[in-house]
Design a protein around this ligand. Structure first.
Ligand code: UDP
Ligand code: MG
Length: 184
Protein backbone atom coordinates (compact mmCIF):
# COMPACT_ATOMS: atom_id res chain seq x y z
CA UNK A 1 0.00 0.00 0.00
CA UNK A 2 1.42 3.40 -0.99
CA UNK A 3 1.80 6.09 1.64
CA UNK A 4 -0.41 9.12 0.95
CA UNK A 5 2.75 11.14 0.20
CA UNK A 6 4.00 8.67 -2.42
CA UNK A 7 0.58 8.30 -3.93
CA UNK A 8 0.36 12.08 -4.29
CA UNK A 9 3.88 12.27 -5.79
CA UNK A 10 2.94 9.57 -8.31
CA UNK A 11 -0.23 11.43 -9.20
CA UNK A 12 1.61 14.71 -9.70
CA UNK A 13 4.26 13.11 -11.88
CA UNK A 14 1.59 11.39 -14.01
CA UNK A 15 -0.27 14.68 -14.29
CA UNK A 16 2.84 16.57 -15.38
CA UNK A 17 3.48 13.91 -18.03
CA UNK A 18 0.16 14.83 -19.53
CA UNK A 19 0.92 17.71 -21.87
CA UNK A 20 -2.09 19.04 -23.82
CA UNK A 21 0.20 20.31 -26.56
CA UNK A 22 0.99 16.66 -27.40
CA UNK A 23 -2.49 16.47 -28.85
CA UNK A 24 -1.57 18.81 -31.68
CA UNK A 25 -0.78 16.80 -34.74
CA UNK A 26 2.95 17.17 -35.27
CA UNK A 27 4.43 14.36 -37.30
CA UNK A 28 7.53 14.16 -35.15
CA UNK A 29 5.75 14.22 -31.78
CA UNK A 30 5.16 11.07 -29.80
CA UNK A 31 1.52 10.22 -29.06
CA UNK A 32 0.18 10.23 -25.52
CA UNK A 33 0.53 6.66 -24.32
CA UNK A 34 -0.14 4.54 -21.25
CA UNK A 35 -2.40 6.20 -18.69
CA UNK A 36 -2.18 9.41 -20.77
CA UNK A 37 -3.71 7.86 -23.89
CA UNK A 38 -6.62 9.95 -25.16
CA UNK A 39 -9.65 9.38 -27.34
CA UNK A 40 -12.24 11.60 -28.96
CA UNK A 41 -15.88 10.76 -28.23
CA UNK A 42 -18.95 12.63 -29.40
CA UNK A 43 -22.55 12.17 -28.35
CA UNK A 44 -24.34 12.61 -31.67
CA UNK A 45 -27.44 14.81 -32.21
CA UNK A 46 -29.80 11.85 -31.62
CA UNK A 47 -28.05 11.05 -28.33
CA UNK A 48 -28.46 14.67 -27.18
CA UNK A 49 -32.12 14.85 -28.31
CA UNK A 50 -32.92 11.57 -26.58
CA UNK A 51 -31.49 12.82 -23.26
CA UNK A 52 -28.71 10.24 -23.18
CA UNK A 53 -25.91 12.69 -22.28
CA UNK A 54 -25.82 11.83 -18.58
CA UNK A 55 -26.16 8.08 -19.14
CA UNK A 56 -23.32 7.99 -21.67
CA UNK A 57 -20.93 10.16 -19.66
CA UNK A 58 -21.73 8.12 -16.54
CA UNK A 59 -20.46 4.95 -18.19
CA UNK A 60 -17.01 6.35 -19.03
CA UNK A 61 -16.74 8.17 -15.72
CA UNK A 62 -17.67 5.08 -13.68
CA UNK A 63 -15.27 2.91 -15.69
CA UNK A 64 -12.45 5.06 -14.34
CA UNK A 65 -11.51 7.14 -17.36
CA UNK A 66 -10.72 10.80 -16.93
CA UNK A 67 -12.65 13.54 -18.74
CA UNK A 68 -10.13 16.10 -20.01
CA UNK A 69 -12.24 18.12 -22.46
CA UNK A 70 -15.94 18.62 -23.16
CA UNK A 71 -18.17 21.06 -25.01
CA UNK A 72 -21.75 21.31 -26.29
CA UNK A 73 -21.63 22.58 -29.86
CA UNK A 74 -23.37 22.47 -33.20
CA UNK A 75 -20.69 21.28 -35.60
CA UNK A 76 -20.43 22.86 -39.04
CA UNK A 77 -20.71 20.78 -42.20
CA UNK A 78 -17.11 21.74 -43.00
CA UNK A 79 -15.86 20.33 -39.69
CA UNK A 80 -17.86 17.12 -40.20
CA UNK A 81 -16.71 16.68 -43.80
CA UNK A 82 -13.15 16.84 -42.52
CA UNK A 83 -13.90 14.59 -39.53
CA UNK A 84 -15.37 11.88 -41.80
CA UNK A 85 -12.99 12.47 -44.74
CA UNK A 86 -12.05 8.75 -44.87
CA UNK A 87 -15.69 7.94 -45.71
CA UNK A 88 -15.87 10.53 -48.53
CA UNK A 89 -16.74 7.98 -51.23
CA UNK A 90 -19.33 6.05 -49.22
CA UNK A 91 -22.98 6.40 -50.31
CA UNK A 92 -24.06 7.57 -46.82
CA UNK A 93 -21.41 10.32 -46.51
CA UNK A 94 -23.57 13.37 -47.27
CA UNK A 95 -26.47 12.03 -45.19
CA UNK A 96 -24.02 11.43 -42.34
CA UNK A 97 -22.70 15.01 -42.52
CA UNK A 98 -26.27 16.39 -42.52
CA UNK A 99 -27.31 14.20 -39.57
CA UNK A 100 -24.24 15.09 -37.52
CA UNK A 101 -24.72 18.83 -38.16
CA UNK A 102 -28.50 18.75 -37.52
CA UNK A 103 -28.29 19.65 -33.82
CA UNK A 104 -25.97 20.00 -30.86
CA UNK A 105 -23.40 17.34 -30.08
CA UNK A 106 -21.29 16.79 -26.98
CA UNK A 107 -17.64 16.68 -28.03
CA UNK A 108 -15.36 15.08 -25.45
CA UNK A 109 -11.81 13.93 -24.83
CA UNK A 110 -11.32 11.05 -22.38
CA UNK A 111 -8.02 9.81 -21.03
CA UNK A 112 -6.75 6.54 -19.59
CA UNK A 113 -4.92 3.28 -20.21
CA UNK A 114 -6.11 1.71 -23.52
CA UNK A 115 -8.95 4.24 -23.65
CA UNK A 116 -9.22 4.14 -27.48
CA UNK A 117 -9.80 0.38 -27.66
CA UNK A 118 -11.84 0.14 -24.47
CA UNK A 119 -14.14 3.02 -25.42
CA UNK A 120 -14.84 1.31 -28.78
CA UNK A 121 -15.72 -1.89 -26.90
CA UNK A 122 -18.04 0.08 -24.59
CA UNK A 123 -19.67 1.75 -27.62
CA UNK A 124 -20.30 -1.49 -29.56
CA UNK A 125 -20.38 -2.20 -33.29
CA UNK A 126 -21.14 0.41 -35.94
CA UNK A 127 -24.53 -1.20 -36.57
CA UNK A 128 -26.56 -1.30 -33.33
CA UNK A 129 -28.13 -4.56 -34.54
CA UNK A 130 -24.69 -6.21 -34.23
CA UNK A 131 -23.94 -4.58 -30.85
CA UNK A 132 -24.23 -6.69 -27.73
CA UNK A 133 -26.49 -5.65 -24.84
CA UNK A 134 -24.37 -3.79 -22.31
CA UNK A 135 -22.73 -1.66 -25.00
CA UNK A 136 -24.00 1.87 -25.62
CA UNK A 137 -25.21 1.14 -29.15
CA UNK A 138 -26.55 -2.26 -28.03
CA UNK A 139 -28.61 -0.65 -25.28
CA UNK A 140 -29.82 2.65 -26.73
CA UNK A 141 -30.32 2.53 -30.48
CA UNK A 142 -31.57 0.46 -33.40
CA UNK A 143 -30.38 1.81 -36.77
CA UNK A 144 -26.84 2.35 -38.08
CA UNK A 145 -27.69 5.87 -39.25
CA UNK A 146 -28.82 6.90 -35.72
CA UNK A 147 -26.21 5.26 -33.53
CA UNK A 148 -25.92 7.97 -30.81
CA UNK A 149 -22.13 8.12 -30.27
CA UNK A 150 -18.83 8.44 -32.10
CA UNK A 151 -15.52 7.05 -30.84
CA UNK A 152 -12.07 7.23 -32.44
CA UNK A 153 -11.01 3.92 -33.98
CA UNK A 154 -7.23 4.17 -33.38
CA UNK A 155 -4.67 6.25 -31.49
CA UNK A 156 -3.77 8.03 -34.75
CA UNK A 157 -7.43 8.85 -35.50
CA UNK A 158 -7.86 10.05 -31.92
CA UNK A 159 -4.99 12.51 -32.28
CA UNK A 160 -6.30 13.81 -35.59
CA UNK A 161 -9.87 14.15 -34.28
CA UNK A 162 -8.86 15.79 -30.98
CA UNK A 163 -6.85 18.44 -32.83
CA UNK A 164 -9.76 18.97 -35.24
CA UNK A 165 -12.38 19.50 -32.53
CA UNK A 166 -10.38 21.08 -29.68
CA UNK A 167 -7.79 23.79 -29.17
CA UNK A 168 -4.92 22.67 -26.95
CA UNK A 169 -6.00 25.13 -24.23
CA UNK A 170 -9.46 23.50 -24.03
CA UNK A 171 -7.92 20.28 -22.70
CA UNK A 172 -7.35 20.07 -18.95
CA UNK A 173 -4.56 18.27 -17.16
CA UNK A 174 -5.85 17.57 -13.69
CA UNK A 175 -4.98 15.18 -10.88
CA UNK A 176 -7.74 12.64 -10.26
CA UNK A 177 -7.66 11.82 -6.55
CA UNK A 178 -9.00 8.29 -7.15
CA UNK A 179 -6.30 7.39 -9.68
CA UNK A 180 -4.29 5.28 -7.23
CA UNK A 181 -7.41 3.14 -6.71
CA UNK A 182 -7.71 2.59 -10.47
CA UNK A 183 -4.06 2.01 -11.50
CA UNK A 184 -1.18 0.12 -9.83
N1 UDP B 1 -22.93 5.01 -41.10
C1 UDP B 1 -24.15 4.97 -41.78
N2 UDP B 1 -24.40 3.89 -42.59
C2 UDP B 1 -23.51 2.87 -42.75
C3 UDP B 1 -22.29 2.92 -42.05
C4 UDP B 1 -22.03 4.01 -41.24
O1 UDP B 1 -24.96 5.87 -41.65
O2 UDP B 1 -23.81 1.92 -43.49
C5 UDP B 1 -22.65 6.16 -40.21
C6 UDP B 1 -22.80 5.82 -38.73
O3 UDP B 1 -23.33 6.98 -38.08
C7 UDP B 1 -21.37 5.56 -38.31
C8 UDP B 1 -20.64 6.62 -39.14
O4 UDP B 1 -21.31 6.57 -40.39
O5 UDP B 1 -21.20 5.71 -36.92
C9 UDP B 1 -19.18 6.39 -39.34
O6 UDP B 1 -18.97 5.10 -39.88
P1 UDP B 1 -17.79 4.17 -39.36
O7 UDP B 1 -17.66 3.02 -40.31
O8 UDP B 1 -16.57 5.00 -39.10
O9 UDP B 1 -18.39 3.61 -37.98
P2 UDP B 1 -18.02 3.90 -36.45
O10 UDP B 1 -16.54 4.14 -36.38
O11 UDP B 1 -18.83 5.12 -36.03
O12 UDP B 1 -18.45 2.67 -35.72
MG1 MG C 1 -15.32 5.41 -37.51
Amino acid sequence: MLSPGRALAQLVSRTLDCDPSLQLVHLNKAPCTGVNERTFLAIKPDGVQRHLIGEIIRRFEKKGFKLVGMKLMQASEDLLKEHYIALYDRPFYSHLVKYMSSGPVIAMVWQGLDVVKTARAMIGETNPADSRPGTIRGDFCIEVSKNVIHGSDSIESAQREISLWFHADELMCWADSTEHWIYE
